[in-house]
Design a protein around this ligand. Structure first.
Ligand SMILES: Cc1ncc(COP(=O)(O)O)c(C=O)c1O
Length: 370
């Protein structure tokens, strides 16, 4: 008999989310059509400490509008890690700028600051720091480099709700940041995202862009000042977000607990490495990830089918962007290539059981013959 499926991810939806979404669906119209949105944005800004938040249809949209508001466009270069989801690079391409793909640090799997600095040219406008799987980029080093060269530091915190760097929430250090509330994320609105910035001026610009170029102070009704975007979140999604935000500490704590349960079972095995928590950082642990030792000869391409055979969804580590057809040959980054070949993401969701974690760990052990 086939074993029960273990999905990679699923959200934690309680009566609170159902009540808020139901209320938004029943009553969130007319005068109240922005109530949950306003509350979600204010709540998220408070969660970040201070600053300005705009709820968006996705993190991709948040990154796109932030870069557009900074004037990134043709002739500009933007540096990012080769190990990234396509969502981080696509806004750069859509805006007509040039992505510059650099290698990652082998311990955090995040952008290597030295490689980023080496890639700076007179055309460089920004560095994007993606906090991969909730791990933390070396923000001190990246901020110092950005300051030294007079360029911007942008944070892709799509995967980093709950991660902190020297006590500051991931996403609070850069000129702006983007968060994702996709259904697989620690905190979800189904689809959705958040633009966050400490800068009031950038906030005002993005607010206008996000509403089809209509300023808050528009001179007359339906009077866009610039060609903008329609990347807004709906009030019903924001209702889900409000409930998730009330539970965010518990949602993050559970992710960390799941990672620790995996680490207890796997980190003693030969060559295995998992998400690191370097001094001064606290990871949100969105996605537990296993890197098999190079000497083990275990490759993700051979491990994934073994998981499939046991009805478990494991996921490949992000392919280097420079290996995709659109960016082929743009860069050659040894760590990005090497780690992707021998790493996988493990199932992690709020309600995963100990038995399910044991089943996943047993498969990892079996491929190592341990
Ligand atoms: C690193 C990274 N950046 C950006 C995104 C884009 O998020 P969204 O799907 O909300 O647009 C994701 C989504 O998974 C991501 O993992």
């Amino acid at each position: 008999m086939k074993e029960a499926r273990i999905p990679l991810a699923k959200p934690s939806i309680t009566e609170l989310e159902v009540a808020y979404a139901g209320d938004a669906a029943a009553n969130g119209w007319g005068d109240r059509c922005y109530d949950y949105l306003t509350r979600f944005e204010a709540g998220f800004a408070a969660h970040m400490g201070s600053g300005y938040a705009i709820a968006t249809s996705s993190c991709t949209g948040a990154l796109h509008m932030g870069m557009a508001a900074m004037g990134i466009g043709p002739g500009d270069e933007v540096i990012l890690a080769d190990t990234n989801w396509i969502a981080t690079v696509s806004p750069i391409v859509h805006l007509g700028a040039t992505p510059v793909l650099v290698d990652i640090c082998p311990d955090t799997w995040c952008i290597d600051p030295a490689a980023a600095e080496k890639a700076i040219t007179p055309a460089t406008k920004a560095i994007v720091a993606t906090h991969l799987y909730g791990n933390l980029c070396d923000l001190d080093a990246l901020r110092a480099i950005a300051d030294r060269h007079g360029i911007a530091l942008i944070e892709d915190a799509a995967e980093a709700v709950g991660s902190t760097y020297r006590g500051a929430p991931a996403g609070s250090v850069g000129v702006f940041s983007g968060f994702s509330f996709h259904g697989s994320k620690t905190m979800t609105t189904g689809e959705g995202g958040m633009f966050f910035t400490p800068s009031e001026a950038l906030y005002e610009k993005v607010l206008t862009l996000s509403n089809h170029g209509r300023s808050r102070k528009e001179a007359k009704q339906f009077w866009p000042e610039v060609v903008g975007y329609k990347f807004k979140m709906s009030n019903i999604q924001a209702a889900l977000g409000c409930a998730q935000l009330e539970r965010v500490q518990a949602l993050v704590a559970r992710r960390r607990e799941i990672l620790h349960l995996y680490q207890e079972r796997l980190c003693g095995l030969p060559g295995i490495r998992m998400n690191p928590e370097l001094a001064g950082t606290r990871i949100g642990a969105w996605m537990p990830t296993v890197v098999f030792g190079a000497e083990s000869g275990v490759l993700s391409s051979t491990v994934i089918p073994v998981f499939q055979g046991r009805n478990i969804d494991a996921r490949v580590f992000f392919h280097p962007l420079s290996s995709l057809p659109m960016f082929e040959g743009l860069a050659h980054n040894p760590h990005a290539i090497d780690i992707a070949a021998r790493a996988i993401n493990l199932p992690s969701f709020h309600d995963i059981t100990l038995q399910e974690i044991d089943r996943v760990a047993e498969v990892v052990r079996s491929v190592l013959h341990a």
